[in-house]
Design a protein around this ligand. Sequence first.
Ligand code: FIX
Ligand code: ZN
Length: 415
Amino acid sequence: MITDKQTLREVVLREVNNVKITDIHTHIYAEDFGELLLWGIDELVTYHYLIAEYFRYSKMDYAEFFALSKKEQADLIWQKLFIEHSPVSEAQRGVLTVLAELGLDVASRDINAYREYFASLSTSEYIDKVFEVSGVKNVVMTNDPFDPNEKPVWDTVGNNDPRFKAALRVDPLLNDYATSYKKLQEWGYDVSPDLDAKSIDEVKRFLSDWITKMDALYLAVSLPPTFTVPENSLRSRIVENCVIPVCREHNIPFAMMIGVNKLVNYKLGLAGDSVGKADISTVEYLCKTYPENKFMVTFLSKENQHEAAITARKFGNLMLFGCWWYLNNPSIIDEITRLRMETLGLSFIPQHSDARVLDQLIYKWSHSRKIIAEILIDKYNDILDAKWAISEEEIRRDVEGLFSNNFWNFIERTE
Ligand code: FIX
Ligand code: ZN
């Protein structure tokens, strides 16, 4: 048993550095999905976080920028954010971490030399490399049947890489049924714009068909701060009459990602979304009303985090996950993770990468491992002070829970 703090530190750092991670929410894809999988230095540097940061300095016309090639955009961003200003933001620093952990010469600042490295690798070689360097064992994708570039893949080859799991993403269905119902009709589902009884059955059939086709581990949606159930809206009716029963039938969680104000600056595209504080009472209502359902929830607003942790104490069918998007900064990850551990013990999923570019698995997890390890050390030290002794096996158990098993146990699946 470990009773001294130096040994404890060494063991926690070793276990957190060595644990193989299940990354439960990403926007990366297996190789079979072709161009949907983004990787390499030009994709890294044109990540939408960095585009937003580029326009903090640049007065360039948005449309003119987006008309450029990825390489031309990357050259502008590299010059502005890395050469003319020190790259200290989390997204800027992340690029450097990727290059450093790949063993490239970061000090050279030579983006063309980096391009030569990436050009020397095949997609499958680089997927293997990133999983090896990042210590990620499997990722959950974001799979959208309404995406005209993705649906054909599922209608032909599907997903054949066991490292990549599927999650069914239904934003168009829930947030824009007035448009998306026409796609359902096109695909042979007998739905009407007013969501009558027949439509409810057909939407359920659509969801069930795709959960089965994808072997989806959960059903997910991104939602505005105003998301409310119950209310007299198509979204609320689809959630209660379609999503909840189908998720229960398949025994998969409904994952709600709440707090996005879409396209507050539409000219920035993906970089144009912002954040708003949501109403926790909808999560309380769903967890209380549907105790047989499982809910995964992450809020985008820092202001929702404390009440979310308290709500998770009330409902065992609620699993909080990640420090999402604008919360994925070291200072906020530290605050939220300490709050959650002090409130929920180890019964939460501390992080997901949200990687949109394969390479980001490397930096997002390298940075988060360090933060979470220091918090665990502090919390274990607190109980050592009370003369509680702990074993290496118990530390490994706790760490594997936070970085993988809490998810698999909650969804009642094995990998
Ligand atoms: O809705 C989502 O899954 C968000 O994570 C994305 O839309 C967002 O652009 C993102 O990648 C944040 O990290
Ligand atoms: Zn995401």
